[in-house]
Design a protein around this ligand. Structure first.
Ligand SMILES: [Zn+2]
Ligand SMILES: [Zn+2]
Length: 72
């Protein structure tokens, strides 16, 4: 992620490191604003662009877990 600025803010919901990307705002380390969750295998991640299927088990049941929110 060469267009991202590393910061010491972390996500209010998951505690992961967040990055500020020009034009898109706060994103998770993998580049996605939304942390995704798979109820079938328990996978969690924030790839960008958001996948429509779980990258681990290919389930279509994945959903948004939360949106990146920097802690003050
Ligand atoms: Zn998070
Ligand atoms: Zn899965």
């Amino acid at each position: 992620m060469k267009d991202a600025t590393s910061t010491d803010r972390s996500c209010h919901w998951c505690g992961a490191k967040l990055y500020f990307v020009q034009g898109r705002g706060w994103v998770h380390e993998e580049g996605g604003i939304y942390m995704m969750y798979c109820p079938d295998c328990g996978w969690k991640g924030a790839p960008y662009p958001s996948p429509t299927r779980c990258p681990r088990c290919h389930s279509r049941a994945i959903r948004d877990d939360h949106c990146a929110l920097p802690e003050e």
